[in-house]
Ligand binder design. Structure first.
Ligand SMILES: [Zn+2]
Length: 163
């Protein structure tokens, strides 16, 4: 036992393992998002699963799925802990958020397939209606970069839904 302790450190220090979401980088990039099939839900950024450290305690993996859609970076520490500890109210709220995104994805698909709207037209409609819950990544937050981000998102929907 003493040898074991010496090898693995103090008893209370659980050895951490490489974060399975960001693969130890501390941030999630497009490749990670594709690997986890979250193209329609996540934007690249800091890894919320390991809190940018690149490492997690193994017990977290059994508690929260690595692709848990709701564990994202725009959470407060309190919300994050609630999700990790399976707080029903917080998770229900997060699931509602997912439903909003899904509803918008369905809406985009409908505009494209039934209304025969072009990508540009769909982007105009989305910007006018300020969709709640769609994750578009626009680092500059200018009008042009917003438009570009929406265009990218609409194209993602078309590709992933194979429209
Ligand atoms: Zn990570």
């Amino acid at each position: 036992m003493s040898i074991f302790k010496n090898l693995f450190g103090k008893k209370n220090q659980t050895p951490k393992i490489e974060c399975p979401r960001c693969l130890g980088k501390g941030h999630v990039d497009e490749a990670d998002i594709i690997r986890l099939e979250k193209q329609l839900y996540w934007a690249p950024g800091a890894c919320a699963y390991c809190k940018k450290t690149g490492k997690v305690v193994p017990s977290q993996i059994s508690k929260v799925n690595v692709d848990a859609f709701y564990l994202t970076e725009n959470l407060t520490n309190r919300q994050r802990n609630k999700i990790i500890n399976n707080d029903k109210k917080t998770i229900a709220k997060a699931q509602k958020h997912k439903q909003h995104i899904d509803a918008y994805v369905t809406y985009i698909a409908m505009l494209y397939t039934e209304e025969k709207a072009t990508v540009e037209e769909i982007v105009e409609i989305l910007i006018k209606n300020k969709p709640y819950g769609i994750i578009v990544y626009s680092p500059e937050n200018s009008k042009a970069s917003k438009k570009e981000a929406y265009t990218k998102y609409v194209k993602k929907v078309i590709i992933s839904k194979q429209l």
